[in-house]
Design a protein around this ligand. Structure first.
Ligand code: CA
Ligand code: CA
Length: 250
C-alpha cells in the first residue's frame, strides 16, 4: 500500500467506545479496557486498534484532522497525535517505520515526519478549521491526488528494520539486571526509563512481541537474567505485522 489517507479515524478502545467522550457504548459487546480491564477484553482490543498496526506500516501516512472531530468532542486530538506519533519513524521521535507522515495536506503547512507531544497543545500541528463536514467537503479527494502524485514521483524508502539487541532496554548491548529493573519499574511503578532502538518498530521490552509490556515480560526477563533461561526476546523484524501478528511465543 503506497499511501494511506486517514480521515479522523478512531485509533484505540477508548476512542472507539466513546469512553473519552464521556458517553461510553459497547462495541461488538466490548467496553473500553478502562471500564473492563479483564485479560479477555484487553486481548480483544489488542487485535483491533489502529494505533498498534500503524507502527508496522512502511508507506506514506496522511492524517486528516479538523479542530472539531466528526465523532469525538470538540478539541479532542489524542487520536490524531497518537496515530501520527506511532506512524512516524523513531529517528524523528516516533514509534513507527513510515517513509513519510504529515497531519493534513500541503495546504495546512505542517511539516512532514514530525511528532507532537500530546501534553503540549502549544506545539500541536495546524488542524483544519471547523469540521470536515460541511466545512471541507471533498477535501479528501484533493489529499488523495496529492498523495498519489507524491507516490508516483518520490520513491518510498522506509528504514531497514534493525532490531539487534531488542530487549536490551538500556542499550548497553546485554540483557542484564539493569534491564530487569527498568522493566519492573515500567510495569509496576509507571516509571519508563527504557531506550528504543532507532530503526526497530518494536516497543523495546516487549519480550514476546505481543504489543504490550506486562508482567509476563517481567517473568521472561527475570528467568533469562537470574534463572538460566536461554529463551531470547522475539525479533520484531521477523514479524511482518508487529506488534500483534507474531507467532505464539514459545
Ligand atoms: Ca542492558
Ligand atoms: Ca509482551
Amino acid at each position: 500500500m503506497a499511501y494511506l489517507v486517514d480521515m479522523e479515524g478512531p485509533h484505540d478502545n477508548r476512542c472507539i467506545t466513546f469512553y473519552d467522550a464521556g458517553h461510553e457504548v459497547a462495541v461488538c459487546g466490548h467496553l473500553s479496557t478502562v471500564t473492563d480491564p479483564s485479560p479477555s477484553n484487553v486481548a480483544f482490543w489488542a487485535e483491533r486498534e489502529a494505533v498498534r498496526y500503524i507502527k508496522s506500516y512502511p508507506g506514506r501516512y496522511l492524517r486528516m484532522q479538523a479542530e472539531i472531530d466528526h465523532a469525538q468532542n470538540p478539541g479532542y486530538f489524542r487520536h490524531a497525535i497518537e496515530m501520527i506519533d506511532s506512524a512516524t519513524q523513531r529517528v524523528f521521535g516516533g514509534g513507527g517505520i513510515c517513509c513519510w507522515t504529515r497531519v493534513n495536506g500541503s495546504d495546512g503547512g505542517n511539516s512532514i515526519n514530525t511528532v507532537y507531544p500530546y501534553d503540549n497543545p502549544a506545539q500541536y500541528p495546524t488542524w483544519l478549521s471547523g469540521r470536515l463536514n460541511p466545512d471541507h467537503l471533498g477535501l479528501e479527494f484533493t489529499y488523495i491526488r496529492e498523495m498519489s502524485d507524491l507516490a508516483a514521483t518520490t520513491p518510498c524508502s522506509p528504514i531497514q528494520c534493525e532490531c539487534t539487541y531488542f530487549g536490551d532496554v538500556n542499550l548497553d548491548n546485554a540483557i542484564n539486571p539493569q534491564d530487569v529493573v527498568y522493566i519492573v519499574n515500567h510495569v509496576y511503578k509507571q516509571i519508563d526509563m527504557r531506550q528504543q532502538l532507532p530503526n526497530c518498530p518494536g516497543d523495546n521490552g516487549d519480550w514476546d512481541c505481543n504489543g504490550t509490556i506486562n508482567p509476563l515480560d517481567v517473568v521472561r526477563y527475570v528467568n533469562y537474567v537470574y534463572k538460566g533461561s536461554t529463551a531470547l526476546p522475539c525479533d520484531p523484524c521477523a514479524c511482518a505485522s508487529y506488534p500483534v501478528g507474531c507467532p505464539p511465543y514459545p
